[in-house]
Design a protein around this ligand. Structure first.
Ligand SMILES: [Zn+2]
Length: 338
C-alpha cells in the first residue's frame, strides 16, 4: 500500500508500505477513505521533536472495515467507521470514566496517512457510522476523529456553557472547532484570538462573536476589557507554547476554567501566579472517543458542519505539498484523498 513517511524535519515522502495484518484478535483492518494532516504533525516536521526516524505519519481517519479479528463483535466488514487517534478498550475504569485517551491499554496508531490501517481494540476504538455518509459528512467525520473531538473536549474541560464567555487561544483547526463546540454547548459570547483574515472568517462561521488580534498580555488586556475587567469564564488553549498557555491562564477570571489541549512544548507554569489566579486547569490528550457517538449523530443529521475546516484537499501522493502548505500557514487543515 501507499503511505506517508517522515524521514526527518521537512522530509515527507509517500512510499510503499507493508499492508497491515490482523495481529491481535481484537484488531480490525480498515481501508482508509480519507485522512488528514494534523497541526501536531508539524512539531516533528519543524524539528521541534526528535522522534526515532523514520516515522509513519497520521492518526486521523475514516474508512471502511475490511477485516476483523476473531474477538471483534460490534463491527463487520463493510461498516463505515470513525475512530480516535488513541486506540482504547473502552471498558477499563479510566475509559468508563470518560478518559479513553488514557486507557490502561491506550496505544497509538501506526500511521493512518496510508491506504490501510490496523486499528487495535477495534470494538472500543471505532464507532460505526449509520448509513452511507455523503462527501460533506465524510469531511465532518474526519474532523471528528481528532480536531473536532479535541476542540470539543477543550470546551467541555473549560466548562463552556450557557451564560458563559469563552475565549479561544489558537486559530488552528482545533481552536476553530473549539469555537464551534462552545457554540453548541450554549456559550453566550465567544472570543477568538486570531490575526488571519481567513481564520477569523471561519471562527465567525463557527460562532465566534468577537475577534481579538492581539496576543500575549495585549490580548489578555482586550479580553479583560470585554469582560468588565474579570476575564473569561472559560478559555480553550489549543497551541501548547509558554506564551499561549500563559495567555490562556491570564485571560481566565478567578474561579474560571482553562481547557488545554495544545500539546505542551516546554511549558513551565509559575507556581505563585497560578496559586493566586484561582483558575482551574484541565486538559491533556483529548478523550475523543467519549464524544464520538454524539458527534457522529450531529454530523449525520447535518446539525454541524465541522468539515469546512479543511481548506485544501490533495491526493495522498502529494502529501509533501500538504505539509508545506500547513507549515507555511497557506492551509488551515489538509485533507488527503485516496
Ligand atoms: Zn480503557
Amino acid at each position: 500500500m501507499r503511505g506517508v513517511i517522515m524521514h526527518g524535519p521537512g522530509d515527507v515522502r509517500v512510499e510503499d508500505r507493508t499492508d497491515p495484518v490482523i495481529q491481535e484478535p481484537t484488531d480490525a483492518i480498515i481501508r482508509v477513505t480519507a485522512a488528514c494532516i494534523c497541526g501536531s504533525d508539524l512539531w516533528p516536521y519543524r524539528g521541534a521533536e526528535d522522534p526515532q526516524w523514520p516515522i509513519p505519519m497520521g492518526h486521523e481517519y475514516v474508512g471502511v472495515v475490511e477485516e476483523i479479528g476473531a474477538d471483534v463483535s460490534t463491527l463487520k466488514p463493510g461498516d463505515f467507521v470513525v475512530g480516535s487517534f488513541f486506540a482504547s478498550d473502552n471498558t477499563c475504569e479510566i475509559c468508563r470514566a470518560g478518559y479513553q485517551s488514557r486507557c490502561v491499554h491506550a496505544t497509538g496508531l501506526d500511521g493512518t496517512q496510508a491506504e490501510y490501517a490496523r486499528i487495535p481494540f477495534a470494538d472500543g476504538t471505532l464507532v460505526t457510522v449509520p448509513g452511507q455518509p455523503d462527501e460533506r459528512q465524510v469531511r465532518g467525520l474526519l474532523a471528528a476523529s481528532d480536531v473536532l473531538g479535541t476542540g470539543w473536549f477543550a470546551a467541555v474541560a473549560a466548562e463552556a456553557g450557557p451564560g458563559k464567555t469563552v475565549a479561544v487561544v489558537g486559530d488552528g483547526a482545533v481552536g476553530l472547532l473549539g469555537v464551534l463546540a462552545a457554540r453548541e454547548l450554549g456559550a453566550e459570547r465567544i472570543i477568538a484570538f486570531s490575526r488571519h483574515a481567513d481564520r477569523q472568517a471561519l471562527a465567525r462561521s463557527f460562532g465566534a462573536t468577537h475577534i481579538v488580534e492581539e496576543r500575549g498580555d495585549a490580548g489578555v488586556a482586550e479580553v479583560k476589557e470585554l469582560t468588565g475587567g474579570l476575564g473569561a469564564h472559560s478559555v480553550v488553549e489549543a497551541v501548547g507554547t509558554q506564551e499561549s498557555m500563559m495567555q490562556a491562564i491570564r485571560s481566565t477570571r478567578a474561579g474560571g476554567h482553562v481547557g488545554y489541549v495544545g500539546v505542551s512544548h516546554d511549558v513551565e507554569l509559575p507556581g505563585l501566579e497560578l496559586f493566586f489566579s484561582g483558575v482551574h486547569l484541565h486538559g491533556g490528550p483529548a478523550p475523543v472517543r467519549r464524544f464520538l457517538p454524539d458527534l457522529v449523530e450531529l454530523i449525520m443529521h447535518d446539525r454541524i458542519d465541522p468539515g469546512t475546516v479543511f481548506d485544501l484537499s490533495l491526493p495522498i501522493e502529494q502529501a509533501a505539498e500538504g505539509y508545506r502548505a500547513m507549515d507555511e500557514r497557506r492551509a488551515t487543515k489538509v485533507l488527503l484523498t485516496f
